[in-house]
Write a protein of this length. Structure first.
Length: 127
């Protein structure tokens, strides 16, 4: 039980981000703001940033261990797939696999790359 209680707090950021993503994707398209000419760019950027943060929160839960990069990435993609499926039930929204394969995936991969480069630089400085 003690080990379980030490693990749970590490997952809180991931759970909160998953909740935020779920709530945003639960909004009907008529309830979403319109950014006019920038609409597509802003909404797809939000996908990338959201899943970049999500993959980092998974990595945090996995104690920032580099050997878990692939697991964190797969968890983020799995959540992206379930989120797109969920959107297919929301009025005015549709599921788009390109969102998962392009925007969510690239956001997660970019965040992992930034983490890797930062970690490598930090380790070189502290040798």
């Amino acid at each position: 039980m003690k080990k379980f209680l030490s693990i749970v707090p590490r997952w809180i950021p991931a759970l909160l981000l998953m909740l935020a993503i779920f709530l945003f994707s639960s909004r009907a398209s008529v309830d979403l703001p319109d950014f006019y000419d920038w609409d597509y760019f802003i909404k797809k950027s939000a996908h990338a940033v959201g899943y970049g943060l999500l993959v980092l929160s998974y990595l945090h839960a996995l104690k920032w261990n580099q050997k878990y990069y692939v697991l964190a990435w797969l968890l983020a993609l799995a959540y992206a797939v379930t989120d797109e499926f969920h959107q297919s039930f929301v009025p005015g929204r549709n599921a788009a696999i390109r969102d998962v394969l392009i925007f969510d995936n690239l956001g997660a991969l970019f965040a992992l790359l930034i983490h890797y480069l930062y970690r490598r630089k930090y380790e070189k400085e502290n040798q």
